[in-house]
Write a protein that binds this ligand. Structure first.
Ligand code: ADP
Ligand code: MG
Length: 702
């Protein structure tokens, strides 16, 4: 019997206490609130117990208000002593409040949020995180506002404040109250299910202890220890699932077994205009080995921008073709697909092979011709966009599917390409550098090859930081480059919550430059609101040298090659993740000329320190590692990829040690008991099934 499984406590009779009881039946919840809780993923009492604070504040993280200086980012706690709504001349209504703590007072302003006047009362204690700016003196601009209520103490000494993920209709305060109210009743029902040995090894407390520590920490250190336990468990489970999936896909993954004929591949080697790098040779070998083995290849080729992934993919394609199979390369945009087709066509011309391009903009006739060729058993190399996986396109004998910039595609599209043939080998490519130690956790059941070396003779892009007061000089520099016939990118950040702000900034920047300093030059504006065809057209004009300076939000095509572009100016560089900056910088430095990346504007000292990483190293892996240490994984991926096991508490990039330990532990567990069906492991299997419903099929016993 699995722990905690039992009758649903709510279904009549004398209610037995159970963690499986629906949260709806708890005192203080009810149907309306239950709906809101469900939005937070809380269905049962167990879910509620596992709904842990996402951060904590105490005297060490909260600043006394009299110490705040303009430009600081800080968290403060204070009592509201006065408040009101101030209209501005431009019709915006600003909620303002003065808060007071033991050290002093500060004015706070929430532009455009007059509704706060209803929920915030004089006497309430507020927890605010935000920045101090100059506005008739110091003014605090909260990013996050949590009303702790009137009963709360405004002094933070000796007290740890747990902050819970809350949602509209269920405030943080209500959440804290609800959990606190039921903790003593339900915590005793929580049973440990991990073997004691593992906990000791990871030096983490048992589950009930950990939950008490995270919900009611006496010190921040308590909270940290409790969190570590929950993070460890999450990492352990995800590692178990990945290892299990990997083992299964190994055994159930019969694929095409190619013969290394050294026919087309040798010919390509002979005509390549360059020597392969050691990394390219190694990756090619790994791929050839996979393809010539009996298992289906499922490999990720990861390498910094410009590391030369395309030619590696080309070798794989030729191996498939010399065995009589077809190969397909799918790229995220038409422009990229065309670029690949051009490069590959010129490399393959001496071999008498011309790739077939398949994009949405093919005319009906060309499309029919392409479809006919693909449906035959002729060993073609098809290069295209997602048009390759659309209806009406069938492959007669697809043996290799390559997905470039794989993170730009959804899981479904990647799978769809794989389904166009009889278990074709899969090669995914990505420029997002993941440190090797994390690749397994992040990419699950993929094998990984890494190009950790750039082709020789590549000049690193000279990267500099320039303050706002150097703007005029930066423009002079751009002018000089345009004078020499070079092109410049000028990029504005995309602000997540409000695309509009970014658009305005970029539009304004564009207008100023195109009517002012660069009125005599050819400028264009590129942003996310433009339709695909227009974006494409602008990028094309830039590629063809018809634009001197391209002002854009961050929609610049990943992977696009414009050798004549030598300057990348980034506005508000502090708003970008380091890996993103590195990617942006990879847009220049693709030709023979020296290239420059200029991070422009004034930033806070912490940001300055961060930006120095990009200035000082041109190694994408180093940048990624620094980024992960400083900001966590969200920035690396931009957004979470669907279909991947996700982490609620752990961060595999920050919890490096726990991750290592848990991976090792997962390996040992599965080695001894692949189905986790033994008596000691059964509880783990039960929790896994409950938490990762879709993963159940990985543990079919029988
Ligand atoms: P990415 O890994 O970013 O996709 P590409 O495959 O587009 O990189 O390669 C970038 C450029 O480097 C291309 O112009 C390609 O022809 C060139 N290149 C690839 N490998 C080598 C090499 N070993 N030596 C010199 N140039 C190379
Ligand atoms: Mg590429």
């Amino acid at each position: 019997m699995t722990p905690g499984a039992g009758s649903r406590g709510a279904s009549g009779g004398a209610p037995r206490l159970s963690l499986d009881m629906l949260a709806m039946y708890l005192k203080g919840v009810g149907p309306g609130r239950a709906d809101v809780l469900r939005r937070l993923g809380i269905f049962t009492v167990r879910d509620l117990m596992l709904h842990v604070p996402h951060r904590y504040e105490d005297a060490s993280t909260i600043s006394p208000v009299n110490r705040l200086r303009i430009g600081d980012a800080a968290t403060v706690v204070g009592r509201v002593i006065s408040k009101g709504i101030i209209p501005t001349r431009r019709g915006l209504r600003v909620f303002q409040a003065v808060i007071k703590d033991e050290s002093g007072m500060i004015e706070c302003a929430w532009p455009g949020q007059p509704f706060l006047d209803r929920s915030i009362k004089v006497g309430d204690v507020l927890l605010l995180a935000g920045a101090v700016r100059f506005f008739h003196g110091r003014q605090f601009a909260p990013r996050e506002t949590i009303n702790l209520g009137a009963e709360e103490q405004e002094n933070a000494t000796g007290r740890v404040l747990a902050v819970y993920p809350a949602t509209e209709g269920f405030s943080f305060k209500q959440m804290r109250f609800l959990i606190d109210r039921h903790l003593d009743t339900y915590l005793p029902l929580v049973k440990e299910y991990l073997p004691e040995g593992l906990l000791t090894e990871a030096m983490v407390p048992t589950l009930p202890e950990a939950l008490r520590m995270v919900h009611r920490p006496a010190t921040l250190d308590d909270a940290r220890r409790g969190r570590a336990r929950l993070a460890y468990e999450e990492l352990l489970f995800v590692n178990i699932l990945h290892l299990r999936a990997r083992a299964l896909s190994r055994t159930a993954r019969v694929g095409i077994q190619y013969t290394n004929r050294r026919d087309l591949t040798t010919k390509l080697k002979a005509v390549l205009p360059f020597e392969l790098t050691t990394a390219q040779v190694r990756a090619t070998r790994e791929i050839v080995k996979d393809m010539c083995g009996g298992d289906r290849m499922h490999r990720l080729l990861q390498g910094d921008v410009g590391s030369g992934k395309t030619v590696v993919a080309l070798f794989a394609a030729l191996l498939a073709m010399e065995n009589g199979f077809q190969a397909a390369v799918m790229a995220p945009t038409e422009l990229l697909a065309e670029q690949h087709a051009d490069t590959m066509a010129s490399l393959l011309a001496p071999l008498g092979i011309s790739p077939l391009i398949v994009t949405g903009s093919l005319g009906a006739k060309a499309r029919r011709a392409a479809a006919t060729r693909l449906a035959s058993v002729e060993p073609v190399l098809a290069i295209g966009t997602h048009a390759l996986v659309q209806q009406g396109i069938e492959f007669g004998r697809l043996g290799l599917a390559v997905v470039d910039e794989q993170h730009r595609f959804g899981v479904e599209q990647r799978l769809a390409l794989g389904k166009k043939g009889e278990r074709p080998d899969m090669l995914l490519m990505s420029a997002t550098p993941i440190p090797r130690s994390l690749a397994l956790t992040v990419y699950g059941d993929l094998d990984v090859s890494v190009l950790d070396e750039l082709p020789p003779g590549r000049q690193p892009v000279t990267t500099v930081r320039r303050p706002e007061k150097a703007r005029a000089k930066v423009y002079d520099f751009i002018e000089g480059q345009i004078e020499k016939g070079r092109q410049t990118f000028l990029v504005f950040p995309l602000i997540e919550e409000s695309d509009k702000v970014a658009l305005k900034a970029a539009t304004k920047g564009f207008e100023e430059l195109s009517t002012g300093r660069f009125a005599h030059r050819r400028l264009e504006l590129l942003h996310g609101r433009l339709d695909v065809a227009t974006k494409d057209k602008v990028m094309r004009r830039f590629r063809d040298g018809a634009i001197d300076l391209l002002v854009s939000t961050t929609v610049i095509e990943v992977g696009i090659d414009v050798p004549n572009a030598t300057v990348m100016v980034v506005e508000h560089p502090e708003r970008f993740g380091l890996s993103q900056l590195h990617q942006l910088r990879g847009r220049v430095g693709r030709g023979a000329e020296e290239s420059f990346c200029i991070l422009l504007g004034d930033v806070a000292p912490e940001s300055e320190e961060r930006l120095q990483v990009v200035v000082q190293t041109s190694d994408g892996f180093e940048v990624a590692e620094a980024d992960l240490r400083m900001r966590g994984m969200g920035d690396l991926f931009g957004q979470r990829q669907s279909g991947e096991a996700t982490f609620r508490i752990a961060n595999p990039f920050r919890d490096l040690e726990l991750n290592e330990l848990s991976r090792e532990a997962a390996r040992r567990l599965l080695e001894r008991d692949p189905n986790l069906s033994s008596k000691v492991n059964a509880p783990i299997q039960a929790v896994l099934k409950r938490r990762y419903a879709r993963a159940m099929e990985l543990f079919r016993v029988g």
